[in-house]
Design a protein around this ligand. Structure first.
Ligand code: FAD
Length: 544
């Protein structure tokens, strides 16, 4: 099979135009084209008067070798890469070594657990939160009734932080082994729409994620894996081996139960602040890492569609328009859009009482009235929270507490019209844009719950963004704060063997450990960590 990339066709092309374009490109007759499949489809909307599709297609021709030879200097015609996943290890049928433990049932833990189960190691997956359906009720409790359950919410519970999200499934990680393809293939098996395998910017939306997470649990269980919910890990036990090396030997759960362990995957997510503190106290090596802080911004989706797609706005093949923006400011800060959710809603994303944090989500249809995105400013430990590895957490907590107070102390979020934010005055009324955040917003001055440098940078950047997307800096756009959980404020540093640099047997993974950002990259990291654990278990079994 051969792959053609960069095959361009107009927006409204008939289906047969693709076959014709393949034949033209390869200069072959209809009889020589046996079949083709679409490997990837993107749209190019850089020129809104000429929006077109860009395809990669896998093609079977009657006689491939001469065709490939003819195009050997053409970088857009190549043999199709082998994107299939191969297990790096298998547990022997009589395997009686330790069962690996995975802490966290978010995308990273789900894939670590799935791969370990598929390799025959019967993992035990622990999560502090509840089963996804019960968790959904608790999450809605905050959004509808201002009732926060600190152990079952948008951050904690089956499916992890990405469950109530836009379900964007792309990433810019280097992926030479096509592990992202394995993730998407498993998602499709679990009920995701098959087009996620071909769309350049696939997304799933919240409702489907819930059922997919359940389907994946059923698969892991059918392979001998075991899930235990409402089992927060509260302590780790570390022994010093004869060679002086620290080694993890056990976990204590919130129930008081102690489990003696083999390898433990720590896929905690970025909000497990209490667990980070516990690990630090137990001497596990942590370091502070950069993250970002800012607000969510909302515009009517129709403004973004018009600005991005011009006369093609509303075209069913284009869907709701997305954007990605970045601006380097005079004060040395960079402001960028983060986790943009077309046709979605801004959600309450705190996991701690007395704090407010925002994020965004959408359904598969992306047909809510507003587009929303984080508008955030990059911060780093050297400049903004020096010293303690946990200082970034303290900073997040400080601004989330301010947001709670400024929002009125009942989980409403502080919000402001963009025009008032630029003018430096509190908002007293909304304009044409109605904020979607539940349980509601308190109009105020967002400068009261953001660092001064962030306010200065955002004021400059929002005007610059208005030059890129006309209407972006419209005075009625609504900003809701604060967006603090853009990525983990700590790294649980690991070595080349994927284990903690100072605690053998502990495998930090995913977003919370600082090795991923987003659903897809967290899931890919889960696969890599499962492979490392499996190798370790097999080496142990052979040595025994
Ligand atoms: P998490 O998903 O955070 O999972 C960690 C799990 O560990 C949780 O289930 C938690 O309960 C559990 N846990 C924590 N501490 C303990 C403990 N001590 N004991 C036991 N269990 C514990 N990313 C995208 O790519 N696309 C999007 O569209 C997107 N939208 C988002 C929308 C929202 C509202 C949010 C909050 C996030 C969104 N993200 C999105 C980010 C994405 O969800 C994360 O990058 C991803 O979930 C990280 O995966 P993870 O498995 O590393 O951690």
């Amino acid at each position: 099979m051969l792959r053609i990339t960069e095959l361009k066709l107009p927006l409204n092309h008939p289906e047969e135009a693709l076959a014709a374009a393949i034949r033209d490109r390869l200069r072959i007759t209809p009889r020589d084209l046996v079949r083709y499949t679409v490997a990837r489809r993107a749209h190019d909307a850089r020129d809104k008067m000429d929006i077109h599709f860009v395809y990669s297609v896998d093609v079977v021709v009657k006689n491939e070798a001469p065709v490939l030879a003819r195009f050997k200097r053409d970088r857009h015609v190549n043999p199709t890469p082998d994107t299939g996943y191969r297990f790096v290890a298998r547990a022997p049928a009589d395997y009686s070594g330790p069962r690996p433990i995975v802490v966290g049932a978010g995308p990273c833990g789900l894939f670590a657990g799935l791969i370990l189960a598929q390799m025959g190691f019967r993992p035990i997956i622990l999560d502090r939160g509840k089963l996804v359906r019960e968790r959904t009720k608790d999450t809605w409790g905050l959004w509808r009734r201002s009732e926060l359950n600190p152990e079952s919410n948008v951050q904690f519970g089956e499916g992890g932080a990405g469950t109530f999200s836009d379900g964007k499934l792309w990433s810019q990680i280097k992926d030479p082994r096509y592990l992202g393809r394995k993730v998407l293939t498993e998602f499709v098996k679990a009920g995701a729409p098959p087009e996620i395998l071909t769309e350049a910017h696939p997304h799933i939306g919240t409702f489907r994620l819930v059922t997919m997470v359940e389907a994946m649990r059923a698969t892991v269980e059918s392979l001998g894996g075991e899930y235990r919910f409402q089992q927060r890990v509260d302590d780790v036990h570390v022994d010093i081996a004869a060679d002086g090396r620290r080694r993890l030997t056990g976990l204590t759960l919130q129930t008081g139960e102690r489990i003696d362990t083999g390898p433990v995957v720590l896929a905690l997510g970025h909000s497990a602040r209490d667990t980070f503190h516990m690990l630090h106290e137990r001497g596990v090596h942590l370091e502070a890492k950069p993250f970002s802080i800012g607000v969510r911004i909302e515009h009517p989706q129709s403004w973004i569609d018009d600005a991005r797609f011009g006369p093609c706005a509303g075209h069913p093949d284009l869907g709701a328009a997305a954007y990605s923006l970045s601006h380097h400011c005079k004060n040395g800060r960079t402001v960028y859009s983060f986790c943009m959710c077309p046709g979605g809603t801004v959600v309450a994303a705190t996991s701690e009482p007395g704090r407010v944090a925002t994020n965004g989500m959408s359904q598969y249809s992306r047909n809510e009235r507003n587009a929303n995105s984080g508008i955030v400013v990059g911060i780093d430990p050297a400049r903004d929270y020096p010293g303690d590895p946990l200082a970034g957490i303290a900073l997040q907590r400080y601004w989330e507490t301010r947001a709670f107070e400024v929002g009125g102390g009942d989980y409403k979020a502080p919000a402001q019209r963009l025009g008032d934010f630029l003018a430096g005055r509190p908002s007293t009324r909304l304009g044409s844009v109605i904020p979607s955040y539940r349980p509601g917003v308190q109009l105020t001055d967002l400068a009261e719950c953001l660092p001064d440098f962030a306010v200065t940078a955002m004021r400059e950047a929002l005007v610059a963004f208005g030059r890129e997307i006309p209407g972006y800096d419209h005075p009625d756009a609504v900003m809701t704060g604060v967006e603090t959980r853009t990525s983990s404020p700590v790294r649980i540093t690991r070595g080349d063997d994927f284990q903690s640099v100072n605690t053998a047997g502990l495998y930090p993974a995913g977003e919370g450990a600082g090795y991923a950002g987003g659903i897809l990259s967290a899931a890919v990291d889960g696969i890599k960590i499962a492979e490392a654990v499996a190798r370790d278990l097999l080496a142990g079994a052979q040595g025994a």
